[in-house]
Design a protein around this ligand. Structure first.
Ligand code: HEM
Length: 136
């Protein structure tokens, strides 16, 4: 189980690298005016989203394996899974935003994306406390 948990933590960290960086690119894209920079940002968004999506599936698979394979239970785990499902919705919405930016359909300001960028931070703090402290 410890090898699986180590793998779980590695893919979790990799997923969050993408969840922290992609909205940051959205911030820059919402401010960009030059066509060469906009084309570069579109490519970065597309490649990063395509790279980080399979990693999110590895987080899910390793988490479910830990959960059902080793009989974990408790309020901490169900709350964690609820927050993680919200994180998957956030990830999916980022995918929708990548398509909107690619089609030059974004209407939101860089301020919106700066706040949007903070959501995964709050979820990470809550999930790590839940899984290590197991408060309930
Ligand atoms: C549906 C997805 C997920 C499920 C079902 C799941 C389930 C689990 C389970 C059962 C453990 C073992 C707990 C223990 O050994 O005490 C674990 C460990 C861990 N999980 Fe997840 N997890 C998921 C996603 C995530 C995400 C998204 C994060 C990060 C925000 C995360 C962070 C961790 C950490 C840091 C540990 C190691 C805790 C420790 O060793 O004390 N997990 N996970």
């Amino acid at each position: 189980m410890l090898w699986l948990k180590a793998f779980h933590i590695v893919v979790v960290i990799s997923w969050f690298a993408g969840l922290f960086y992609l909205p940051r690119i959205f911030v820059n894209h919402a401010m960009a005016t030059e066509s060469a920079e906009i084309a570069r940002l579109k490519l970065m968004e597309h490649k990063l989203y395509r790279f980080v999506t399979p990693i999110s599936w590895m987080v899910l698979a390793s988490g479910l394996w830990l959960w059902f394979g080793f009989g974990f239970s408790g309020g901490w785990l169900y709350t964690k899974v609820a927050l993680v499902l919200f994180l998957f919705a956030y990830h999916g919405y980022c995918g929708k935003l990548v398509k909107m930016f690619a089609a030059d359909l974004n209407t939101r300001s860089h301020i919106f994306y700066r706040w949007f960028n903070e959501i995964p931070v709050l979820i990470l703090i809550a999930v790590v406390i839940l899984v290590t402290v197991k408060p309930f």
